[in-house]
Design a binder for this molecule. Structure first.
Ligand SMILES: [Zn+2]
Length: 111
């Protein structure tokens, strides 16, 4: 992830990859098709295959939902830290419950 994406893109081209007209739904970098047929983003190396608009939308929503899930987990971590400090505080407990409910929903949608 720390690798320079321009350098990585040049490297991919040297390896015989071709640049596609599609952009990565996550970072907007141009995508590259490897000789193996895999589609890769030079920004974070993740393989993303975008077939058509519907597929693109699916990939986008999956990326978005995984970001939401990640942020909810971070929030839950913070809230659980507060529980340790103030275990009797009903607001803190409610906050944890709200995070858990939101996480449950996100995970249900992602399935
Ligand atoms: Zn990307």
């Amino acid at each position: 992830m720390s690798q320079d994406p321009v350098k990585k893109a040049a490297e991919l081209l040297r390896q015989g990859a071709t640049m596609l007209g599609d952009a990565c739904p996550e970072c907007g970098s141009p995508l590259f098709k490897l000789k193996s047929g895999d589609v890769v983003c030079p920004q974070h190396g993740k393989v993303v295959i975008v077939k058509d608009d519907q597929e693109e939308l699916k990939v986008k929503s999956e990326v978005l939902l995984s970001q939401v899930e990640e942020r909810l987990i971070q929030g839950l971590e913070r809230a659980s830290g507060k529980i340790r400090e103030a275990p009797e505080d009903p607001d803190v407990v409610n906050q944890v419950i709200r995070y858990l409910e939101a996480l449950e929903r996100v995970r249900r949608i992602r399935k």
